[in-house]
Design a protein. Structure first.
Length: 161
């Protein structure tokens, strides 16, 4: 089904797994500071989920599935579970967000909703039987990786300023 997409998906699986591993290492190096600052524990888990959703979706799309609707179902279930986790983490972190950080938090939430929307659009298009849904999934993957990298930067660099 994903003919022509396999090289891309293999690269994405490797990249997202490597980035998730680097976040684990980085968080462990800054763990004491992350635990002291409100909201950063949730942000650390949110960052891992940004990479893990990409890892799981790309891995599932590499399976030898013949029908686009099956791939759509796999993507849909994965995205609903993992992106719901991101939403719940952000929702829990909002009340403790300092007023001077609320603007950037709103941007982060908006981009997160955009990622979820792109994943859902791709999944629903695949469910409808069109492999064109892979383009929306590809856009969601790119946005999710970007969000993960930006969050990782905050966790690994900005907290040490």
């Amino acid at each position: 089904m994903a003919e022509g997409w396999s090289d891309y998906l293999v690269a994405i699986v490797g990249a997202s797994a490597a980035l998730a591993g680097l976040v684990f290492v980085g968080v462990s190096l800054n763990l004491e500071r992350i635990l002291r600052l409100p909201g950063l524990v949730n942000r650390g888990l949110e960052t891992l989920l940004d990479f893990v959703v990409v890892l799981i979706v790309a891995s599932l799309l590499l399976m030898p599935v013949e029908e686009p609707w099956v791939a759509g179902l796999l993507v849909l279930v994965s995205v609903l579970v993992l992106r719901s986790g991101t939403f719940l983490l952000q929702r829990a972190a909002w009340p403790g967000t300092a007023p001077e950080h609320r603007g950037s938090f709103r941007w982060r939430m908006a981009i997160s909703l955009l990622v979820s929307g792109a994943f859902l659009a791709g999944a629903l298009t695949l469910l409808a039987g069109s492999v064109d849904g892979l383009y929306a999934v590809g856009a969601a993957i790119t946005l999710s990786l970007l969000m993960g990298v930006l969050n990782a930067w905050v966790l690994l660099v900005e907290i040490n300023r």
